[in-house]
Ligand binder design. Structure first.
Ligand SMILES: *[C@@H]1O[C@H](CO)[C@@H](O)[C@H](O)[C@H]1NC(C)=O
Ligand SMILES: *[C@@H]1O[C@H](CO)[C@@H](O)[C@H](O)[C@H]1NC(C)=O
Ligand SMILES: *[C@@H]1O[C@H](CO)[C@@H](O)[C@H](O)[C@H]1NC(C)=O
Ligand SMILES: *[C@@H]1O[C@H](CO)[C@@H](O)[C@H](O)[C@H]1NC(C)=O
Length: 418
């Protein structure tokens, strides 16, 4: 314990100069990211980089932000961020983010931020920050120094976090929301809607899943190769970070995003995880995304995802035979049966997504009962990858046009196949 404190201190101290000397600038073109241009006219200070979610929302003309804290049944204190302008739509929208990110992803793309465009359309938007992320690190009994804080799996994200934001929105608005999930936002939803099918059916109007993950069929992502090393990584993460996956590591990216070559370096690595796509890089928001969007997660959440890959089953967490018998009454963990879901589902998938693959998403869709299959849409852009749903230059053209239409249809109770 003593030794790990020393290493942790060294880690934190090593971050400080990086934070101090590298202000985040914004440049008009990727080529402009170099030391000379940084002081020249092609780059300017980024006003958003040190603002929190509410401050960003309030900087938009006519918008209001509200911070709602909820305490889940197992004691985690989560920030739900509400964003709205002039509310003209009855149905509120819930948005839930992916692994190792936060609700910042829905507000930090300037005028193509999802929350902003939904607000312009008159929607009342509620965004979850899953437990463990920057804004949701509270707990009634535990601190983040305690390894027990980080011992949650995907199951808890679904049955506690997703369930409580839906309850909150039901109570505060007295309306039935439409849920938009991205990646882990969809995993959490399916865990909730298969664990509480009746409740989910009456409390959620529909779910639109962007890059849905319930399996890793035919995944090309390097993420799957961490499987072999994971027991070692995991023990290191528990030893040095109490179970939190590399806290603050996006700060290490700060020096890199000053140079176009650094940006290509980060992107080349990201491409191995998400699918290769350089064309959708947005020069104006890349440093922001690379250094601010990336958040943390509990180590067992990643274990749980690897388990989907290793067992090829959308199952509950495997604690080992003995504890499984105690928890589940069976030696192997039960599966989440997608047939139990009764909420209308529309999925958006992409051919070049290496995590939520076409084959895997087709499988997810095929497991749903036919009455809940309300659309399977392939993004009409060949290189669209897993993370383009947040960072792509052409979000309005390739995603939002579809998304806003789909919201409207589902809100009117229409269930079509595209
Ligand atoms: C965001 O900033 C505002 C204004 O400075 C502050 O009142 C609020 O508590 C902050 N919210 C979070 C979640 O840090
Ligand atoms: C917090 O600790 C108290 C006292 O030990 C216990 O009764 C309670 O169940 C704990 N709450 C949670 C959510 O773990
Ligand atoms: C966002 O702002 C840019 C620059 O002012 C403008 O060119 C673009 O059309 C805007 N996009 C949207 C979706 O409003
Ligand atoms: C997935 O489903 C879509 C629509 O049903 C179909 O066009 C496509 O060929 C399928 N792709 C794969 C890889 O199964």
């Amino acid at each position: 314990m003593h030794q790990s404190k020393v290493i942790k201190t060294v880690y934190v101290l090593s971050l400080l100069p990086i934070i101090i000397v590298t202000a985040i600038k914004v440049c008009f073109k990727i080529q402009d990211y170099n030391l000379l241009n940084f002081i020249g006219k092609n780059c300017y200070d980024n006003p958003v980089v040190n603002q929190n979610i509410s401050e960003i929302i309030q900087s938009w003309r006519g918008f209001r932000a509200e911070e709602h804290y909820i305490v889940t049944e197992d004691g985690y204190r989560l920030l739900v961020e509400r964003s709205y302008s002039k509310i003209t739509q009855k149905t509120p929208i819930i948005i839930v983010h992916g692994i190792a990110m936060s609700a910042l992803g829905w507000v930090n793309r300037g005028n193509v931020s999802l929350a902003r465009l939904l607000g312009d359309l008159g929607y009342d938007v509620w965004m979850l920050n899953y437990r463990g992320t920057w804004y949701s690190k509270g707990h009634v009994n535990l601190t983040t120094e305690d390894p027990n804080y980080w011992k949650y799996t995907l199951h808890e994200l679904g049955v506690y976090d997703v369930r409580s934001i839906i309850k909150l929105v039901n109570e505060k608005t007295r309306q039935i929301p439409i849920y938009i999930g991205y990646s882990m936002g969809t995993t959490g939803f399916f865990i909730y809607s298969t664990s509480y099918p009746e409740e989910a059916k009456s409390n959620v109007k529909a779910m639109i899943g962007l890059a849905p993950v319930t399996n890793y069929k035919e995944s090309k992502s390097i993420a799957k190769y961490t499987s072999y090393w994971w027991p070692l990584f995991k023990s290191l993460i528990y030893r040095f970070w109490n179970g939190e996956i590399l806290p603050g590591y996006s700060l290490f990216l700060r020096p890199l995003v000053r140079f176009s070559s650094g940006i290509y370096m980060i992107q080349s690595f990201a491409n191995l995880i998400f699918g290769d796509d350089f064309e959708q890089i947005d020069a104006l928001t890349y440093p922001q995304f690379a250094t601010q969007l990336i958040d943390t997660a509990g180590v067992e959440v990643y274990s749980h995802y690897l388990q989907f890959y290793e067992t090829d089953r959308f199952g509950q967490f495997d604690f080992g035979t003995e504890k499984n018998l105690k928890e589940y009454g069976t030696p192997t963990p039960p599966v989440y049966d997608l047939l139990k879901n009764q909420v209308p589902i529309a999925l958006s998938v992409a051919e070049n997504d290496w995590l939520a693959t076409m084959v895997g998403s087709n499988y997810t869709y095929s497991q749903l009962s036919s009455s809940t299959r309300c659309g399977f849409r392939v993004v009409p852009y060949k290189k669209w990858n897993h993370i383009d749903y947040l960072v792509a230059k052409d979000l309005p053209k390739y995603l939002y046009k579809y998304l806003f239409q789909k919201i409207k249809e589902l809100d009117e109770g229409l269930c079509t196949s595209t």
